[in-house]
Design a protein around this ligand. Structure first.
Ligand SMILES: Nc1ncnc2c1ncn2[C@@H]1O[C@H](COP(=O)(O)OP(=O)(O)OP(=O)(O)O)[C@@H](O)[C@H]1O
Ligand SMILES: [Mg+2]
Length: 237
């Protein structure tokens, strides 16, 4: 099976500082992995390389067969069709309803999609995240957990091969965080690879999925699912 995501000798500098240092990794279809490490370790930098918000200083980033490391700005939208993104602070548009937020993402990704089709697919995506009855609500009328579900619906409505999430539960309470993780696990079950940057030690240890650990820009550990030991050190980071 060809990996959905592949980093080969990836280095990213900000001035003299190396935010990522010679990172190699691969993620298979349907695989769910956590990306952990202390603050400043390079997690967000790694995720930004995947959707080509930034480019590596050296090395190669392959996303579903697309060379993100050399991709021209004019072709970034092609890559974004393969990658769904979820942020800590949801980033929903406040003047649009839940359904409109999701539908807009679809139409930005593909201008040929009609309003009617976008609307229908947005409702399907909202139903899949358990919000089929809240499509008409504006973000401020929804709880944090519900807003994050809308953001997940927005990220997956285009059926991306890869979903990346940067601290998706950072603003949620523990119970809501667990529900969010169940949702990510369901998404992976359908074949989408899922990569989640998080500080949530309890969730990471209990779920026993693959864990990649960054420290000062280096991938120092890559633990397979089912073999996740204590990570007490993370709690203080
Ligand atoms: N735009 C930037 N300009 C300069 N330095 C940056 C920039 N973005 C990140 N850095 C630096 O790169 C390193 C990695 O930052 P990054 O945001 O990837 O860490 P992180 O693991 O996501 O941390 P956190 O857990 O706090 O979100 C840090 O030293 C940070 O200061
Ligand atoms: Mg970060």
């Amino acid at each position: 099976m060809r990996p959905i995501l592949e980093f080969s000798a990836v280095t990213r500098a900000y001035g003299p500082r190396l935010a990522l240092d010679d990172v190699h990794l691969a993620l298979e279809p349907g695989e769910l992995a956590f990306l952990v490490g202390p603050s400043g370790a390079g997690k967000t930098t790694l995720l930004k390389l995947i959707n080509r918000e930034i480019r590596p200083t050296a090395g190669e980033v392959w996303v579903d067969g697309i060379a993100a490391h050399t991709l021209k700005t004019s072709r970034v939208s092609e890559l974004r069709r393969h990658v769904g993104v979820v942020f800590q602070d949801f980033k929903l548009l406040p003047r649009l309803t839940a359904k409109e937020n999701v539908a807009l993402a679809l139409q930005v990704g593909d201008l040929r999609i009609s309003d009617e089709e976008a609307s229908e697919r947005a409702m399907d995506a909202l139903e899949a995240v358990g919000l089929g009855d809240r499509g008409g609500a504006f973000p401020q009328q929804l709880s944090g957990g519900q807003q994050q579900r809308v953001a997940v619906a927005r990220a997956v409505v285009g059926q991306p091969r890869l979903l990346i999430a940067d601290e998706p539960t950072g603003n949620l309470d523990l119970e809501t965080s667990w529900q969010m993780m169940d949702l990510f696990a369901d998404i992976a079950t359908f074949g989408t690879a899922v990569l989640i940057a998080t500080h949530n030690v309890e969730i990471v240890t209990r779920l026993q999925r693959r864990v990649m650990t960054l420290v000062q820009g280096r991938l120092v550990r890559d633990q397979p699912a089912g073999r996740i030991g204590r990570m007490a050190w993370l709690a203080s980071s």
